[in-house]
Design a binder for this molecule. Sequence first.
Ligand SMILES: NC(=O)c1ccc[n+]([C@@H]2O[C@H](COP(=O)([O-])OP(=O)(O)OC[C@H]3O[C@@H](n4cnc5c(N)ncnc54)[C@H](O)[C@@H]3O)[C@@H](O)[C@H]2O)c1
Ligand SMILES: O=C(O)C(=O)C[C@@H](O)[C@H](O)[C@H](O)COP(=O)(O)O
Ligand SMILES: [Zn+2]
Length: 366
Amino acid sequence: MGSFEIQTASKIYPIFIGSEASEKLPGFLQEKFPRRKKLYLITDSHVSALHADSLAGLLNQSGYDTLVHVVPSGEAAKSLACYEECMTNGFRHHIGREGIILALGGGVIGDLAGFVAATYMRGIPFIQLPTTLLAHDSAVGGKVGINHSLGKNLIGAFYQPEAVVYDISYLQTLPVREWRSGFAELIKHAFLSSEAFYHELRNEVKSMEDLKNHPKLGEWIEQGIKVKASIVAEDERESGKRAFLNLGHTLAHAMEGAAGYGELTHGEAVAFGLFSDLYLSRKYTGLDIDLDSLYQWLINLGYLTVTNDVLDIDRLIPYMKLDKKNQDGKIATILLKNFGEPILSTFDEEEIRQDFAEFIGHYFAV
Ligand SMILES: NC(=O)c1ccc[n+]([C@@H]2O[C@H](COP(=O)([O-])OP(=O)(O)OC[C@H]3O[C@@H](n4cnc5c(N)ncnc54)[C@H](O)[C@@H]3O)[C@@H](O)[C@H]2O)c1
Ligand SMILES: O=C(O)C(=O)C[C@@H](O)[C@H](O)[C@H](O)COP(=O)(O)O
Ligand SMILES: [Zn+2]
């Protein structure tokens, strides 16, 4: 645990990671932006109650003037209404172009506050201060944005932070459901990198308690970040291989939309979508994987327990048809040829319907 660099075409920035990383923030600000003293800290109601005061206190003691804006916790905050409120509050309090936005929270806050930063007076600097396990993914790589009722993350930008300060002591207050949600993205990163990483997670994590208390947790988080960072380094704006980071997400995003934003956590949906993409991979690319034992592991961890109405293909298809990866009017999803060897595949609506019925019939028929 310490620091390393995230390299992208538009910006190279540090990630400070560890159990006291937030203490590095005042020093970083002073060095990078010696003349800027106005901070606009955007957070959510849960994180605010737990962690915002101590951070704002630390900053104010170091000579900063920190305006705190609290949005409701959960996915519903990635909305045009909350985006507008963040803007309005900043204008009312005269946060100008010399201000810096701090995104203190999980992926919802990182995406929302990052999008505010990207568009506030045409763009001001921001820093990601992730507080969830899931945010090992969302805080890195510069995808920022909000949802539209017709689809996830349909409004947004690529806008890199100035730094990521990941104080993993914040994770200790996470509820079990959020550990589970974040672990789904870590499992995704394992599939995108190597069979060894996947097997290590499988062998070592049999419950969320195992994960939370595991001596290698910090190492795994760093490994997940590095899997993501190496892809983003080659393709910041998703003209090609960055789409692989969407493994599991075509179905996941459709499920989140169909359920109503916030009903499922992002990671619950990703775990389902990941399992579905691996099912399709075995069928279409010949991926050599024991799906039944993966299914059992995921079930034991508390994944794959969604209600039938979320699995109604007629409700999912409209979201899939708006997936940003789609090509030539076909629905795109990510498959694996092997561990660490993803490919983008496209399907007609009819093929999706048939495969989905087969998949659900095999694993989820009541
Ligand atoms: N930009 C990207 O590259 C990217 C990557 C992955 C996911 N995402 C997005 O991230 C979002 C999901 O992020 P998330 O799972 O972090 O959700 P989240 O930000 O809603 O956080 C989950 C819940 O945990 C609470 N919480 C946060 N930190 C806490 C802490 N330390 N202690 C106690 N409670 C805490 C929050 O208040 C919330 O209720 C989705 O919108 C997803 O689309 C973006
Ligand atoms: O960073 C990426 O690229 C990803 O795909 C990471 C995903 O885990 C994340 O959920 C992302 O927000 C999805 O982006 P989208 O472009 O599919 O909306
Ligand atoms: Zn995701």
